[in-house]
Ligand binder design. Structure first.
Ligand SMILES: Nc1ncnc2c1ncn2[C@@H]1O[C@H](COP(=O)(O)OP(=O)(O)OP(=O)(O)O)[C@@H](O)[C@H]1O
Ligand SMILES: [Mg+2]
Length: 398
């Protein structure tokens, strides 16, 4: 499964920081590593490393037109995200489970002169989709700016190597390009995470980049012009709305795609079991038989509490303060599997997920605990076949 990956072909001289980011992390303790093993050793390989074989198979069989500098055609990028089978029988696993149209609109946007904004509540795979899109379109998902309240303009434009700046004055040599600048120069996909957490004036540095497609460097009297193929994917959390809302000038430069919560319980169970399986394999957890029943139960609890009503629509429920996202369901089940593997008989049972569920539901120790206890006593206790789960939850709640 682990595939050795050639470094993506970017001009090496321009690109000091990209390899430095990825190297080293996975190599501690493993002497004499051959080329390529670092990716295999990485705790979390980048999408283009983890799915190198699928991307290569798609590239080999993709005979549709590709936009400038794209590694794949838009059709192949969508297939990479949504999954499918290729003419030669290669199976492409689905990365994103959700409406096909959403992926098509997102991919098409990247081929236009507008940037892509992925919006949604927490845990709706915004980051995940952004990473896979960049991997499929440009073969590199690492040109990334993480947005925080402290993100400075330099993180989006460029900074300086002060030793060189002092020794030789401003020059291209002393300039430290941001991931966005590198993406512009190389015609690649840049990513900005949590755009709305970035202070408004810093966000606005993106306006020139996205409308003029240039990044001026006044200190050198130069500019970097975006090469064809450049585009940008930003993610923003619905819940951060109002923190640093996008200015309307910036918003107009983006096509917004809203990622929804999984529509049906089956879809959510599917997402959780796929991801748990992948994560479990990367952590070398033993494969658990029959985990699906417990996954279904976790998803049911999460959905009922999130929606404020039981699946049969009969009982109204109070919702806790946490988001109870699919992403949290994934980590509850993964933790449960680890418990079952290390301290149980390897089979995922109610007792293995109860503590995780409690932790996800009860964020506010006072109010959420009341909500949880009410749910336990009125819904869980009465439900057929849920006795073991009720007991396990009572044990950890007490
Ligand atoms: N529809 C979906 N299809 C596939 N995976 C999903 C889906 N929804 C959630 N996930 C999984 O949830 C996990 C978390 O997703 P991710 O971190 O991308 O969420 P996010 O929207 O960026 O959340 P946040 O707003 O907290 O940053 C990922 O492992 C992803 O695989
Ligand atoms: Mg995210």
């Amino acid at each position: 499964m682990s595939v050795s990956v050639e470094p993506t072909s970017v001009e090496p001289s321009q690109n000091h920081s990209a390899p430095a980011n990825t190297g080293g992390a996975g190599s501690a303790g493993s002497g004499g590593s051959a080329p390529g093993t670092e990716a295999a050793q990485a705790l979390r390989p980048h999408a283009e490393q983890a799915f190198a074989a699928e991307l290569a198979a798609l590239a080999a069989q993709d005979d549709r037109p590709r936009p400038a500098r794209w590694k794949l055609s838009p059709w192949a990028v969508a297939t990479y995200l949504l999954g499918g089978a290729l003419p030669d029988g290669t199976v492409i696993t689905p990365k994103y489970v959700g409406p096909r149209r959403i992926v098509e609109v997102a991919v098409t946007t990247l081929a236009t002169d507008r940037a892509l904004l992925l919006l949604g509540v927490p845990g709706t795979a915004k980051t995940w989709v952004s990473e896979h899109l960049a991997a499929a379109v440009s073969g590199d998902s690492t040109l990334l700016v993480q947005g925080t309240a402290g993100t400075p303009e330099e993180a989006i434009r460029y900074g300086w190597n002060y030793a060189r700046l002092l020794a030789h004055g401003p020059s291209r040599d002393a300039l430290v390009p941001s991931p966005v600048m590198r993406a512009m120069a190389q015609g690649m996909t840049a990513r900005v995470e949590e755009l709305t957490r970035i202070p408004a004036d810093v966000q606005d540095t993106l306006i020139t980049i996205l409308s003029e497609k240039t990044l001026p460097i006044p200190e050198l009297g130069e500019e970097v012009q975006a090469v064809r193929g450049f585009n940008l994917i930003a993610t923003a959390n619905d819940r951060d709305r109002g923190v640093n809302d996008l200015s309307s000038a910036l918003r107009r430069r983006f096509n917004t795609v809203v990622l929804p919560l999984p529509e049906t319980p089956e879809a959510e169970v599917d997402i959780v079991s796929r991801r748990v399986d992948q994560i479990g394999r990367s952590l070398d957890l033993p494969a658990a038989p029959d985990g699906i029943d417990e996954i279904r139960r976790v998803v049911t609890v999460f959905r009922e509490l999130r929606d404020g009503v039981t699946t049969d629509g009969r009982t109204k429920l109070k919702s806790p303060s946490g988001t109870l996202s699919t992403a949290e369901a994934i980590s509850v089940v993964t933790n449960g599997l680890a418990l079952a593997a290390h301290f149980g008989d390897g089979v995922l049972r109610a007792g293995d997920v109860a503590a995780g569920i409690l932790g996800a539901v009860v964020r506010d120790p006072a109010a959420d605990r009341v909500v949880w206890q009410e749910y336990l006593e009125t819904v869980v206790r009465e439900r057929d076949g849920w006795k073991d789960f009720y007991r396990a939850c009572r044990e950890v709640t007490a």
